[in-house]
Design a protein around this ligand. Structure first.
Ligand SMILES: [Zn+2]
Length: 455
């Protein structure tokens, strides 16, 4: 059967690409209210496609913001699992328009890439699943697994209304596992399994001294300087070998296994010197930079301000100083617990003569990780390999994808990230594109995967 499904995709490649181009032509920019009509058009495009494929239940679910497209195909039977596929039909604004070589909403193939806003993030990747389901239906007459679909229109603006819908209709969306294609591979034509994401937390601290800025000659020597006090506190949080020196920070952090460190070593990674322009990388004592970004927690000062910032000199003792700190967390670390540890540390280190006010960051998320040896992951790796003809790389990412943690927290089922984008796709930037090679090999991977997980 597999051969017929693949043959269908090859024979209908041109029509499929044209249909994808129609999807990409709809300017579904979620952040800009002038595109409300287009948002509905994009949602309707997805729903119509699902209906045509043969999903027996489809629905445009209204939310407080943009609608969400739901679909259910449950005719594959009770013996096979149910997959929840998540994606988004909204895109980032196309600005600055003058930097585009072709119109952002008039898709164009140039060389071996398809250029359009949303080509990679995420319409192009959503479309690949739709096309694969179409191919199964028109050859095998059915899908190998039961499929539920959740395609939202608010991913680019923080998925504001998604979780409420998921919570209210938990049963409707429930599945044995979740599949998301909204990420990338470490390099073009290098199949990649992203099996871990970092968590996130942070705080803002303000060190307060005198009631107003003071003359440094009259009061220097009598009054503590808040900028200096802030610097002392910050400097006490991490040592020179990049080890966070906040008590308890690492206590619950799950260690990378030796196998993982081997996997990371084998992964062709970014050349940090080239991409960042620094002369030397630094990383936590005992870990390489790649290991640290992927699998060890970090603490960074994102910004600090206080005192006179203008031209020339102003001889003052500033009244206050502020710093913003965020941490990227690994599995085992609880964001709220980390916030408390940071706060305790700050209070302990605050010198006499100043007061410190700590505001906790509200956006916190736990890290997500699925065991790389999990059968659903191993199957994915094998399918990638078969389609791309290359060994699959396993990576964890220093960033966070909040929706992954959201699904994990709500359903406690594995979330499988099958990304086909490449580092050259220019997500959110002018001239976004997607390699046609990823389009073809990605769909091939999905054909294998949907069949493999039905076994
Ligand atoms: Zn996306």
């Amino acid at each position: 059967m597999t051969d017929q499904v693949l043959a269908y995709l090859t024979e209908n490649r041109q029509q499929l690409l044209e249909r994808l181009e129609r999807f990409l032509s709809i300017p579904s920019v979620s952040t800009d209210s002038t595109y409300q009509q287009e948002m509905r058009m994009a949602a309707a495009f997805v729903e119509e496609y699902l209906q045509e494929i043969g999903f027996e239940h489809t629905e445009i679910m209204e939310t407080a913001g943009h609608p969400l497209v739901y679909g259910a195909y449950e005719q594959a039977g009770k013996d096979v699992p149910t997959v929840l596929f998540y994606g988004h039909y909204d895109v980032q604004p196309a600005d600055p328009l003058e930097e585009w070589e072709s119109e952002p909403f008039a898709p164009e193939v140039r060389g071996d890439r398809l250029y359009a806003r949303g080509a990679s993030d995420d319409k192009g990747q959503v479309f690949m699943h739709l096309a694969v389901w179409e191919a199964f239906m028109n050859t095998a007459g059915k899908l190998p697994v039961n499929v539920k679909v959740c395609i939202e229109g608010e991913e680019e603006i923080g998925s504001e209304n998604l979780y409420q819908v998921l919570e209210e209709k938990k049963e409707k969306f429930s599945a044995d596992f979740v599949v998301i294609s909204d990420s990338g591979m470490v390099a073009e034509n290098q199949p990649t399994i992203l099996y871990g994401l970092k968590g996130f937390t942070g705080l803002e601290m303000t060190v307060k001294g005198p009631e107003q800025d003071l003359h440094s000659g009259l009061y220097g020597g009598a009054v503590r300087n808040p900028v200096m006090a802030l610097s002392h506190i910050l400097a006490s949080m991490k040592d020179e070998s990049e080890v966070v020196t906040v008590d308890g920070f690492y206590d619950n952090a799950v260690e990378m296994t030796e196998e993982e460190r081997e996997l990371i070593k084998k992964t062709a990674g970014e050349n940090y010197l080239e991409t960042t322009g620094v002369s030397e990388t630094v990383s936590e004592k005992g870990y390489t930079a790649k290991e640290h970004t992927m699998g060890r927690p970090t603490l960074e000062v994102n910004g600090m301000y206080g005192g006179y910032q203008g031209e020339g000199t102003k001889t003052i003792i500033p009244a206050s100083a502020t710093a913003k700190i965020t941490c990227r967390l690994v599995p085992g670390q609880d964001p709220e617990e980390i916030q408390t540890l940071l706060k305790q540390h700050i209070e302990k280190k605050a010198p006499k003569g100043v007061e410190v006010d700590v505001q906790m960051e509200k956006l916190s998320a736990k890290a997500y990780m699925v065991d790389p040896t999990h059968p659903l992951i191993q199957k994915a790796a094998a399918c990638y390999e078969k389609a791309f003809g290359k060994e699959t790389a396993f990576v964890r990412m220093g960033g966070s994808i909040p929706v992954v943690e959201g699904f994990d927290a709500l359903y406690q089922v594995p979330v499988i990230l099958l990304g086909f984008g490449t580092p050259e796709d220019r997500l959110h930037s002018p001239n976004e594109s997607f390699p046609l090679d990823s389009f073809d090999k990605g769909m091939e991977t999905l054909v294998y995967y949907y069949e493999e997980v039905s076994k």
